[in-house]
Design a protein around this ligand. Structure first.
Ligand SMILES: [Zn+2]
Length: 305
């Protein structure tokens, strides 16, 4: 168990929801990321029980590292329950203020996210106060074009979201959508390497201090994916599909195929691989079944927890 600085509390969430970070001072609490929408009630309860133990704290600001539904899907629930002011990366601010645009970006991945409001943006290159600490905001494209990381120099604390995990990083969606993911992810890893990081709080999994080993691992994963762009594209399709099966819980073969047919990034993946959507659907299903991630029994596709 890693000792985190005082006034920083990690809520390590399970599948579907990204980790949440509570950062507070004597009077207010700020929250980084909000989990997946289907876990909204749990997200509220977790914060409420923390506030019950710290009655002097008033909810203040909610920050999003990036607008993927496992990181911002609980925004609406938290805003309705606690009246948080929400801050999103600057390049997403306009789309959140004009919700149909944000909605489109969630539909692009075939994922739900209830409408929320943002009143301020997080500008890359600037510093922002979270709790009583100053955090630098850095852009980390690769997994998500507009993703940011938050780094507190006084603590050596890095909130890395999906740019760096202890074992790897989030799927490189940008390589499928814009052919830029490999290059961007490498620059993101180099950026992290250049920061005096002592502890990383990732978007998924435990906080960790073995920074160099995580970076070595990530570079080697990146080399592996880059050596076969086709493998990376398959991986993107698999991650998208598996996430959908997790939140749907069980679905028919027909519903599975229909989701693939209407999800733009899945369709784009098939196109890049020179496969029909039906072919990529059945290859993805077969791969995830062989990997024991999914089961297909009694006509239903289910996630194997
Ligand atoms: Zn993500």
């Amino acid at each position: 168990m890693i000792d985190l600085p005082k006034n920083i509390h990690i809520i390590e969430r399970g599948w579907l929801s990204a980790n949440q970070i509570y950062i507070y001072d004597h009077a207010s609490i700020d929250v980084v990321d909000s989990g997946f929408c289907f876990h909204g009630q749990q997200t509220i309860q977790l914060l409420q029980s923390f506030l019950d133990q710290h009655p002097s704290l008033k909810p203040r600001q909610l920050f999003n590292t990036h607008l993927h539904s496992d990181h911002c899907g609980g925004n609406r629930a938290l805003q309705d329950a606690f009246q948080f002011t929400c801050l999103v990366p600057e390049s997403e601010f306009t789309s959140v203020r004009n919700w149909p645009l944000a909605q489109q970006s969630f539909e692009y991945l075939g994922q739900p996210c209830p409408k929320f409001t943002a009143t301020k943006s997080l500008k890359i290159g600037s510093t922002i106060q979270i709790g009583s600490f100053d955090f630098e905001i850095h852009g980390t494209p690769g997994h998500h074009a507009h993703s940011i990381l938050l780094f507190a120099p006084s603590l050596g604390l890095l909130i890395s979201a999906d740019a760096l995990w202890e074992k790897g990083f989030g799927a490189l969606f940008s390589e499928v959508s814009d052919r830029s993911g490999f290059q961007e992810q490498r620059a993101t890893l180099q950026l992290i390497e250049s920061l005096p990081v002592k502890v990383v709080v990732p978007g998924h999994g435990n906080p960790f201090v073995n920074i160099q080993s995580a970076l070595d691992n990530a570079y080697s994963r990146l080399d592996y994916l880059e050596s076969s762009p086709q493998r990376n594209t398959h991986h993107v399709a698999q991650v998208l599909f598996q996430f959908m099966v997790m939140f749907t819980e069980k679905l028919s073969l027909e519903d599975g195929l229909n989701w693939c047919l209407k999800t733009p990034l899945f369709r784009m993946s098939a196109d890049q691989l020179g496969l029909s959507i039906e072919e990529l659907f059945s290859q993805t299903l077969e791969y995830l079944q062989n990997k024991q991630s999914l089961s297909f029994t009694d006509g239903k596709i289910k996630h194997r927890w």
